[in-house]
Design a protein around this ligand. Structure first.
Ligand SMILES: [Zn+2]
Length: 395
């Protein structure tokens, strides 16, 4: 009995030390609150803060903040990114603010240089859209290669009418059931495979500016800003670890680390050393070709391989799942994106319909669900504590 008791106590203590509870107000309530807190905490660190104004047709108060905390003689740089997809911003900001409060000084003293890039897409963050003001998905737009913007996507073109219904939204139910029927019809009657639907719709497209997953016809200003800002800094480092925080894809509460498709064998080996403790309680390591995930073009994690071609680069999408990976969940996710895009392009007949579409969309990318938020907090804490130590020790 005693043995059993000791054992349970040990388990209890291990779990208690791992599963700290989320502090109150961990998730910022809005873009403005996140930015003010970021600025305040950034100034306290004494690091080099740079602010970039993001021009807009309607809003003169949008900015991207970059904080650089250089450790003397360091060869290793960690970059933590939030809000590439605006609506997913709160989880990324929360993780960055927590890092500023509890980790930044410690890791700099240990010898890691750090850059935090806050709210890459501030317009989407403030107005709760994934995309930029130009309807561009920035995670399909990041590249130094102009040919990206000519990438064809014939499967997308085939599904055009299903993915991008036109005209004012008259009913959420009607829009989503039409989309579901259209997709099922494509599968059953036109022989389109589910993989083809997934790759077509979410992989990125460059010829339908009003459509979902539009990657643009040229780089957005953020591509120029990051190139200009990061290029001179990256020269000083041999090793880069990039954590780009997202939400939405995958099983609820699970943290997926999706590796860049541009990594070399050497990058891959470093990745496996840094993230060596995948488990149900921590994270899953996936690649964009695993079931439920998908290869995309113009991804910011690939962009770091272009910016620092001769360095060792471990660049991962840190994705907190919200909906699930099954076919039904994927259809639901796609439906919500289709409806939100139709709303943004053509409007809704009533405020009630508009609210319904926005609520469903927000549930997908910023769930107000305490259990999910706790999981984000705990998994992010583990990721910082464990992977930064491993990155520091990397030979
Ligand atoms: Zn995202």
């Amino acid at each position: 009995m005693k043995g059993l008791f000791t054992f349970s106590l040990a388990v209890l203590f291990t779990f208690a030390s791992f599963a700290k509870s989320m502090p109150a107000n961990y998730f910022p309530a809005s873009y403005d609150q996140a930015r003010s807190e970021f600025l305040l905490l950034a100034q306290e660190t004494g690091g080099e803060l740079t602010r970039f104004h993001i021009p807009s047709q309607t809003d003169d108060d949008l900015s991207l903040e970059a904080l650089y905390l250089a450790a003397p003689d360091s060869q290793k740089l960690v970059i933590i990114i939030s809000g590439v997809h605006g609506a997913e911003g709160p989880a990324g900001s929360a993780a960055q603010l927590d890092f500023l409060k509890n980790d930044a000084r410690k890791w700099r003293e240990k010898g890691l240089s750090i850059i935090l890039l806050h709210a890459i897409n501030p317009h989407g963050y403030r107005y709760k859209r994934r995309v930029s003001e130009n309807n561009i998905d920035l995670n399909r737009n990041f590249s130094l290669d102009p040919d990206l913007y000519k990438t064809p996507n014939p499967s997308y073109d085939k599904l055009q009418s299903v993915l991008n219904p036109q005209g004012e939204l008259t009913s959420y139910f009607l829009t989503t059931s039409r989309a579901t029927l259209g997709l099922l019809r494509a599968i059953t009657l036109r022989g389109v495979s589910t993989d083809e639907i997934r790759n077509a719709s979410v992989g990125g497209q460059y010829n339908t500016p009003k459509g979902i997953y539009f990657g643009g016809t040229q780089p957005e200003i953020q591509v120029a800003i990051l190139t200009y800002y990061l290029s001179p800094i990256l020269r000083h480092y041999a090793d880069l670890l990039v954590l780009d925080i997202h939400t939405g894809l995958g099983e609820k509460g699970v943290l997926y680390l999706i590796s860049s498709s541009s990594q070399t064998q050497r990058d891959r080996e470093a990745l496996l050393e840094i993230f060596s403790r995948p488990s149900e309680e921590t994270y899953e390591l996936t690649t964009s070709t695993d079931p439920g995930f998908y290869p995309v073009t113009g991804d910011i994690t690939d962009f770091f391989h272009q910016l620092a071609p001769n360095k060792r680069v471990v660049s991962v999408t840190v994705e907190f799942g919200t909906m699930g990976l099954g076919l039904v969940s994927q259809l639901q996710t796609l439906n919500r994106l289709i409806a939100e895009n139709q709303l943004a392009m053509y409007g809704a007949r009533t405020a009630k319909i508009r609210n319904r579409v926005q609520e469903r969309f927000n549930e997908l990318f910023n769930p107000q669900d305490n259990e999910w938020q706790q999981q984000v907090y705990q998994r992010m804490r583990f990721l910082y504590d464990d992977s930064l130590e491993s990155f520091l020790e990397l030979n």
